[in-house]
Design a protein around this ligand. Structure first.
Ligand SMILES: *[C@@H]1O[C@H](CO)[C@@H](O)[C@H](O)[C@H]1NC(C)=O
Ligand SMILES: *[C@@H]1O[C@H](CO)[C@@H](O)[C@H](O)[C@H]1NC(C)=O
Ligand SMILES: *[C@@H]1O[C@H](CO)[C@@H](O)[C@H](O)[C@H]1NC(C)=O
Ligand SMILES: *[C@@H]1O[C@H](CO)[C@@H](O)[C@H](O)[C@H]1NC(C)=O
Length: 661
């Protein structure tokens, strides 16, 4: 994603020439009319035995097997949608007239620990590609390795922060490159049979990701990466880059001999203006908008952005009349389940201006978070139908039924301060350590220090100072909450009154998502600098991590009458007897304050109805179990539960609640 108001630290204006690379390819041109949907029907229609996807620099078109080809694609991320729903979402996109799907590949999902690989379930990208092929659609693959995507750390695995030198990411640094190569040596052989030239449906493969938005502008790195991609892809698919609408983005982001494309949204007056920037560096070839935004990303504590269908349709029509190919980012957003959402921040002062992204990635996209087509979907479909793309009328405008499963009471289980919840061995250090220092990826770390006589004797009230909190801290004196400090609000100091009887100061720090975009994104979490009380440096510290990857142990603990916050709560519930299918539903945590919810062991993500604007959490029906089996609900609440400890499962999402904190 490009967020154009962030200012580039370094603008290199030398123009990269990418003109000559494709001259050998244009000979294959021999087609008549532009081929759209007709072309997609079957691979077996190909006259020649060789499958090729190339650029024709005379016609300024793509050629697929020698025939003119244009695509209208939609972004759909397998890692944001339950695997059981992939087929449905792909099918609906096809029905809207799209002939291709664009997906990122998320490194952190597939290599959660160095050398440990995951391609199962939600990570089964090959199955995802097969489903797209079964719909006779093509794929634009974006393997990064950095992907932005509003995901934690832009899709990089957290362990890279420990494994590589500072400021080495996305540069020519040998250690960083070594990890990229090891990962691609696992991923790319799996992708090879899916490349168009090898009989698959991947027509294009992106090299890096909006590299021109990143300060190093290190062409030695991008050329190395290009050559690495070439070694796997050969000419079996077309390599391409994507950058923002502006000369400086394209100057640093385009790579010699790699096909350059641009991205821009529905707010531009004229699509041609952005394509002109491409023409500055690439005189010929088809015009492509690789990220056309029919919606926009959203942050906690900020109103949801809205993109109007009229603007989407207006710019679509401009692009179609220019014979451009384009990709909707996103056509269907889905959900940042668990702790997978990322954050933006102010590039010049990364500890301020921090904007963590919502659990929902609804994105105001043509299909909702739950996969239902919106009014925007049907407007887009109409335009594509008029432009002779293959649309289908089988998709109903009526949303799929949702479960209104009612109200359930939870019971308190145990507090973060109780030993039973402290699953990680405490770490002791004179200075506070970051999450990464302790090899902790997600969740919370509780920093505890015992107050000395001198510290207790300090003038009252005293100023507690934490220069960099990443990202939100609750301060406790002897387990009593005395206030919150937050990176979003730019807090670095707080006044606290310590009594001579106080023994313990605790700072509970939440990781709200690693920055995924821009020049600053080595976003180590926790407390980065020494903590002081007036001028006294506090410590030593005992650090207890609550990564919250796993909550099955909660069901083994007997509930209690009452509990001190932050705490775990639980209940079980059975769906109505007459249930024939578990429907999608929404967890409504109204009355609760801030925390994380789990259904049947699956982390639904963070909830924060007071932070807003997202109130409800999407619960796909496939996460639930049929009666008479009972569903397990666990909630970890930080700051305040309602008196009756109830939650509801409702049939309507609320992503536009008020922002009250
Ligand atoms: C790129 O590589 C060349 C040749 O090895 C070297 O002279 C140059 O300094 C490198 N540039 C950067 C930015 O590292
Ligand atoms: C678009 O392609 C058609 C042929 O399909 C051609 O007649 C027309 O001139 C092209 N328009 C532009 C703006 O290139
Ligand atoms: C980022 O921080 C700088 C320095 O504090 C400030 O001048 C600027 O307005 C901020 N930018 C944004 C986009 O908030
Ligand atoms: C506490 O403060 C008083 C007055 O400021 C001072 O006389 C005394 O030495 C202090 N005690 C300690 C343990 O620092």
């Amino acid at each position: 994603m490009i967020i154009s108001y962030f200012i580039k630290k370094k603008m290199r204006l030398e123009i990269v020439s990418v003109l000559l690379a494709f001259s050998s390819l244009s000979a294959a041109s021999q087609s008549s009319s532009p081929v759209r949907d007709q072309d997609v029907v079957s691979y077996s229609l190909n006259k020649s035995t060789e499958r090729t996807f190339i650029v024709d620099h005379e016609k300024n078109e793509f050629l697929k097997d020698g025939k003119v080809f244009r695509y209208v694609s939609g972004s759909l991320h397998y890692f944001r949608i339950p695997r059981e729903y992939w087929k449905d979402r792909i099918h609906k996109m096809k029905a809207a007239g799209l002939n291709a799907i664009t997906t990122y590949v998320e490194w952190s999902l597939h290599e959660p620990f160095p050398g440990v690989y995951n391609f199962d379930g939600l990570a089964d990208i090959e199955y995802f590609l097969e489903l797209i092929k079964k719909e006779d659609m093509y794929v634009l693959l974006r393997p990064g390795p950095y992907i932005c995507a509003e995901r934690d750390f832009g899709g990089f695995p957290y362990w890279l922060l420990n494994a590589t030198p500072k400021k080495s990411l996305r540069t020519n640094d040998p250690t960083y490159k070594d990890y990229v190569k090891k990962w691609f040596d696992v991923l790319m052989p799996k992708m090879r049979p899916h490349l168009y030239g090898n009989g698959g449906n991947i027509i294009m493969v992106q090299v890096e990701n909006e590299y021109g938005s990143y300060y190093p502008c290190d062409q030695n790195y991008t050329i190395w990466l290009r050559d690495l991609f070439r070694s796997y892809v050969n000419e079996k698919a077309l390599l391409f880059t994507i950058d923002g609408c502006g000369s400086s983005y394209l100057a640093c982001g385009s790579i010699p001999e790699v096909f350059a494309t641009v991205d821009f949204g529905a707010s531009v007056q004229n699509a041609q203006d952005c394509f002109n920037f491409i023409r500055e560096i690439q005189k010929t070839g088809p015009l492509v908008n690789s990220e056309f935004y029919p919606g926009w990303l959203s942050h906690w504590q900020e109103p949801n952005p809205v993109v109007h269908s009229e603007d989407v349709v207006r710019v679509m029509k401009q692009m179609l009349s220019l014979n451009a190919s384009f990709n909707f980012y996103m056509f269907h957003g889905g959900t940042n389940f668990g702790f997978t959402s990322g954050a933006n921040t102010n590039q010049s002062t990364p500890n301020a201006g921090y904007q963590p992204q919502l659990t929902s990635y609804d994105y105001d996209a043509p299909m909702t978070e739950a996969g239902d087509p919106t009014e925007k979907y049907f407007k887009i479909k109409q335009v594509l139908g008029e432009a002779e793309f293959l649309v289908s009328n089988e998709i109903s405008p009526v949303p799929v039924s949702k479960g209104n499963y009612g109200k359930f009471m939870l019971k308190p289980v145990a507090s973060f301060f109780d030993k039973v919840t402290q699953r990680m061995k405490p770490v002791v250090s004179d200075v506070p350590l970051t999450f990464e220092d302790m090899d902790i990826n997600t969740g919370f770390v509780m920093y505890e220090t015992t107050l000395t006589e001198e510290q207790k004797n300090i003038s009252r009230p005293a100023i507690l100072s934490i220069n960099s909190i990443r990202d939100r801290a609750i301060i406790y004196l002897d387990n009593v909450n005395v206030g919150v400090m937050s990176r979003v609000k730019g807090n670095t100091t707080m006044s606290i009154t310590i009594k001579s009887t106080n023994e313990k100061l605790t700072i509970l720090v939440e990781n709200q998502g690693r920055v995924n975009y821009g020049n600053f994104f080595e976003d180590r979490k926790g407390i980065i600098d020494p903590v002081t009380l007036n001028n006294l440096t506090l410590g030593p510290w005992k650090m207890i991590a609550h990564p919250l990857n796993e909550t099955s142990w909660v069901s083994l603990i007997e509930p209690v009458q009452s509990v001190q916050l932050p705490a775990f709560y639980k209940t079980t519930f059975v769906l109505p007897e007459n249930t024939t299918k578990c429907l999608d539903t929404y967890l409504d945590p109204t009355g609760w304050t801030k925390g994380v919810a789990y259904v049947n062991g699956i982390n639904l993500g963070r909830y924060w109805p007071l932070g807003g604007p997202q109130v409800t959490l999407y619960v796909p029906g496939v996460f639930l179990v049929m009666p008479p089996a009972s569903n397990k609900l666990v909630m970890m609440e930080l700051e305040g539960a309602p008196p009756d400890l109830s939650v509801k499962f409702v049939d309507t999402p609320n992503l536009n609640g008020s922002i009250t904190v």
